[in-house]
Design a binder for this molecule. Structure first.
Ligand code: AMP
Ligand code: ZN
Length: 508
């Protein structure tokens, strides 16, 4: 029996609670997408992957899902994480950087990184959202919303723009805990924008006739604030009140707090019934930074020869509500897991391809007993994985259950047709829920630049992953055999406390 509820931690009520959809069995879900001024990094993808897993879990429970995830292709400001959004425009800054020299203008730059993002999305086997609105295509809705907020008295015009008056929403701060009194304290040190009534007021529109991306509005030429774009797009596709809204933990304030204030002031209704925030990904114990050499994009890792499904596996190995430390060792372990599922698929294909179609269940008592034994075990494991996902997306338990199923399939020396059918059903179910068995997309875009060497049909990283597994299982004979086979093929393994690395023997 599938679980009857889908529980998630809700940042607004600060508790794990069942998602309640306004329309029974139909989830209307909005996820904040990237600002396309550069390649999205694997931390960004941790957030998108968590949202993808919400969609997969809801569908596995039999729900219909309408998922909207935007693309922020209008530059917002480098200091958007402070409420008043000062600083330089991210797109303009990127255009004037070294990488930006290849683009004719800021529109081309946004388009290039949008395409790169969509390619990486597919490589990580993420579900395609129903709608991917672009902020630049919804400027009109944003202007109309800002205008209505001015008319209602929730926003005001100054010589520099239009600002939302946070005093006009008494419950401002309810999501993040940054209530107005605390805000005044927090922003005391920030340069005060003289034009605003109070520092915490945030921009709905910035007047700027020099900006590289500008639109005409009732307040002259300029561009919209960042927060208003998500309020306008969520409403355009999902209505006044949505069921669930997600983003990374840094989105809770100011972005989502400001979305709530302006949407609720505009409609007079609750904006979202459930709020999900994904904890940050760190790399090798540190914040990702180009200077620290630990800044990875999806394509960086694929170019090193890692399998995209292994990257997906690694990124979901820690539940979204816990901070996660990403290491290359984690990725190598994941490679071993992906290989296991591939081996299961091969065994199923072999069993299906080399045996005659089976008789209907029940006519062969021997076969039926087998079917019941493996089929029941796999069904129980899949249900365990689904239960774990419906319980606040517990990916570590779901992964463990799904691997147990793979082990059960591989335990059989060869699969009977009935077992092969049960295994095929199981692999489809696990893939639907977790997306780690096979990719549902044809990879688009250029193939990864460099290929890692393969030995006996497996990449060296996959062998390293299998050897790690063998060592963990104390099967040292198998671990040594892998080392010896790789050495024979000219690949040397080096073990260290940080994990195993490999190198090609010169001339090997
Ligand atoms: P941005 O392009 O900066 O708006 O980020 C896109 C999404 O990725 C947002 O939902 C961010 O909250 C999220 N995000 C940014 N950095 C990380 C990180 N290191 N780990 C997890 N999520 C992140
Ligand atoms: Zn957003």
């Amino acid at each position: 029996m599938p679980p009857s509820e889908f529980k998630l931690y809700d940042t607004l009520s600060r508790q794990v609670k069942p998602i309640e959809t306004a329309e029974p069995g139909h989830l209307r879900f909005y996820t904040c997408g990237p600002t396309v001024y550069s390649y999205a990094h694997i931390g960004n993808f941790r957030s998108f992957l968590a949202a993808d897993l919400v969609v997969r879990t809801a569908r596995a429970l039999g729900w219909r899902v309408t998922w909207v995830s935007n693309i922020t292709d209008v530059g917002h400001l480098t200091q958007d994480d402070v409420a008043d959004a000062g600083g330089e425009d991210r797109m303009e800054k990127a255009l004037h950087s070294k990488e930006g020299e290849q683009f004719a203008n800021v529109w081309d730059l946004a388009e290039y990184y949008t395409q790169a993002y969509l390619e990486d999305w597919q490589r990580l086997n993420l579900t395609e959202p129903e709608v991917r609105p672009r902020a630049t295509q919804h400027v009109r809705e944003q202007i109309l919303m800002a205008q209505a907020l001015v008319e209602k008295g929730n926003a005001y015009e100054t010589p520099t723009g239009v600002y939302f008056d946070v005093e006009s929403q008494p419950d401002y701060g309810k999501l993040s805990g940054n209530t107005r009194d605390k805000l005044q304290e927090a922003v005391r040190d920030v340069v005060l924008d003289e034009n605003k009534r109070r520092q915490a007021d945030f921009a709905l529109w910035k007047k700027d006739d020099k900006h590289l991306m500008q639109w005409f509005s009732p307040w002259g030429w300029g561009f919209p604030g960042w927060h208003i774009e998500c309020s306008a797009m969520a409403r355009a596709y999902l209505g006044d009140t949505i069921d669930l809204h997600s983003g990374g933990e840094d989105n809770a304030f100011p972005h989502h707090e400001c979305e709530i204030a302006q949407s609720e002031a505009f409609t007079g209704k609750p904006f979202s019934n459930h709020w999900m925030h994904v904890r940050f990904l760190q790399v090798e114990g540190e914040k990702m930074a180009k200077r620290a050499g630990n800044f990875f994009t999806v394509r960086d890792l694929l170019e090193k020869g890692f399998d995209p499904l292994a990257l997906r596996f690694a990124l979901m190995s820690v539940p979204y509500g816990k901070p996660m430390n990403f290491t290359l060792q984690l990725l190598r372990d994941a490679q071993g897991h992906v290989e296991r599922f591939r081996e299961c698929e091969r065994r199923v294909a072999v069993a299906g391809g080399s045996t005659p179609p089976s008789v209907s269940p029940g006519t062969n008592p021997f076969e039926d007993t087998e079917r019941v034994a493996l089929g029941d075990e796999l069904q129980r494991l899949y249900e365990g994985a689904l239960d774990a996902m419906a319980n606040d997306l517990n990916t570590s338990v779901a992964i463990a259950k799904s691997l147990e199923g793979a082990k059960a399939i591989l335990r059989e020396p060869s699969l009977t047709p009935a077992q092969a059918r049960a295994a095929a059903t199981y692999l489809d179910q696990v893939n639907g829920l977790l997306g780690v068995v096979r990719s549902e997309h044809e990879p688009s875009g250029p193939p990864p630049a460099a290929e890692t060497p393969t030995v006996d049909g497996r990449t060296v990283d996959a062998w390293v992953g299998l050897r790690d597994e063998a060592k963990r299982a104390k099967d040292y004979a198998a671990a040594d055999a892998i080392r010896a086979r790789l050495a024979e093929a000219g690949v040397e393994l080096r073990d260290s406390p940080e994990g195993t690395t490999w190198a090609l023997r010169p001339g090997g």
